[in-house]
Ligand binder design. Structure first.
Ligand code: MG
Length: 402
């Protein structure tokens, strides 16, 4: 029986993880959950799974949940809150495996503490590897515990890497859908609206990751994740546009053999792989190979999508640069969603923040968080600067999305 904690239990990866646990009741036990601010969802999860401990983001939500559980006679679940609460969930002594799926740097400290406490980790939080990948992977190696990627591309690479040794890898090929503007000419990019950018051709995702997919910054973050997870230099990580998203990623070995992973696009599959590794167990998630007709590939257009080049530059420089890349992107994307800046301003703002950031090595999570705060401050300043000029030319404010 594997005993599981989920950081981000009410989000999409958290709910998929619970659905996997539901399908294999004699394999997985849910011991601890960290939810966000959705008290109703947390209450339902507590009632269904009876965890030892459940953490809410805010104290007032923890108080509400605690009294509701008491009324239901479920006071055996300890309710905690805040970042200390999330750390308590991540390091609970009865937990063997932690699924890290809190979006943003909020999940960073708890994820690092989980690794330090010797837990095996399933990683769905991108910021953990982009901002603090070196710290987390170094600690996991020290503990001798696996870091299993739940991002579909990295999960695919992890599977393909079982076909050879890391020293035998020539290149990792990360596939990218190309986003909604794959075929939009560069001359039209300045006029891209919030509505157009939020309209991803294949996936319904959160607003930030949808915009990150439209700028290809999401793929840039995944290049950084790949470097950190597999200890591979950026020069050995290639991005290839593959609009069908059938192949989740590939590994090319020095002898010229290329292994690819494909399967249904269902996040429960990488979650199941991570939870059962190194075993594989039967599932009903089958891919209809006989329905497969054609697969298209083309290289990404770095002129149209400068965010991808910025990510390569940041990971080459290392240290605080990747922290700044993530922080500046978050601020710039939020400003775009508010209608304060245009689509082309997103890479421009990130680039100026990166230029102003020293690439010093960061030795602790506290230093990562300080670099993150500094990059955010710098990005806000630059957004305020371009916001004024944007309003001067009369860019409409997308109030419907505020
Ligand atoms: Mg991905």
């Amino acid at each position: 029986m594997k005993r599981i904690a989920i950081l981000g239990s009410t989000g999409s990866i958290g709910r998929s993880t619970l659905s996997v646990a539901e399908s294999y009741p004699d394999r997985f036990q849910i011991v601890a959950l960290a939810a966000g601010s959705n008290v109703d969802a947390a209450f339902e999860q507590a009632r269904r799974w009876r965890p030892r401990v459940l953490s809410m983001a805010a104290e007032k939500d923890a108080d509400r949940l605690r009294s509701r559980l008491k009324i239901e006679g479920l006071a055996a679940t300890e309710v905690v809150h805040g970042s200390a609460g999330t750390v308590q969930v991540a390091t609970h002594p009865e937990v063997d495996f932690v699924v890290s799926a809190i979006v943003g740097v909020a999940g960073l400290e708890a994820t690092y503490e989980a690794v330090k406490a010797g837990k095996a980790l399933g990683l769905a939080n991108k910021e953990c590897l982009v901002a603090a990948g070196e710290l987390i992977t170094t600690e996991a190696r020290k503990q001798g515990k696996p870091l299993l990627p739940i991002d579909s591309e990295h999960n695919a690479v992890h599977q393909c890497l079982r076909g050879g040794r890391v020293e035998e890898v020539d290149r990792i090929w990360l596939t990218a859908s190309g986003g909604p503007f794959l075929n939009t000419p560069a001359s039209k990019f300045a006029e891209i609206t919030v509505e157009e950018a939020l309209n991803h051709p294949t996936w319904k995702m959160g607003r930030r990751i949808t915009i990150d997919s439209a700028t290809l910054m999401n793929k840039g973050f995944e290049v950084i994740e790949a470097c950190r997870l597999f200890h591979i230099p950026p020069a050995k990580v290639e991005v290839i546009v593959h609009p069908q998203s059938t192949i989740h990623s590939m590994v090319e070995f020095v002898d010229g053999s290329i292994l690819a992973q494909f399967s249904v696009t269902d996040m429960r599959l990488p979650i199941l792989y991570a939870l059962t590794y190194p075993e594989r167990i039967p599932s009903d998630m089958r891919f209809a190979v006989s329905d497969l007709r054609h697969l298209d590939f083309c290289p990404p257009d770095l002129k149209k999508f400068p965010c991808l080049s910025l990510a390569y530059e940041a990971v080459e420089a290392g240290g605080a640069k990747t922290v700044a890349l993530n922080a500046a992107d978050e601020v710039a994307v939020a400003a775009f969603l508010e209608g304060t800046i245009g689509f082309n301003d997103i890479p421009r703002i990130i680039e100026t923040v990166l230029d102003a950031t020293e690439s010093g090595k960061l030795e602790s999570i506290a230093e990562v968080l300080a670099a993150d705060a500094e990059a955010r401050r710098s990005a806000h300043e630059r957004v305020a600067g371009s916001g004024r000029s944007a309003r001067k030319v009369g860019r409409p404010k997308a109030t419907s999305f505020a």
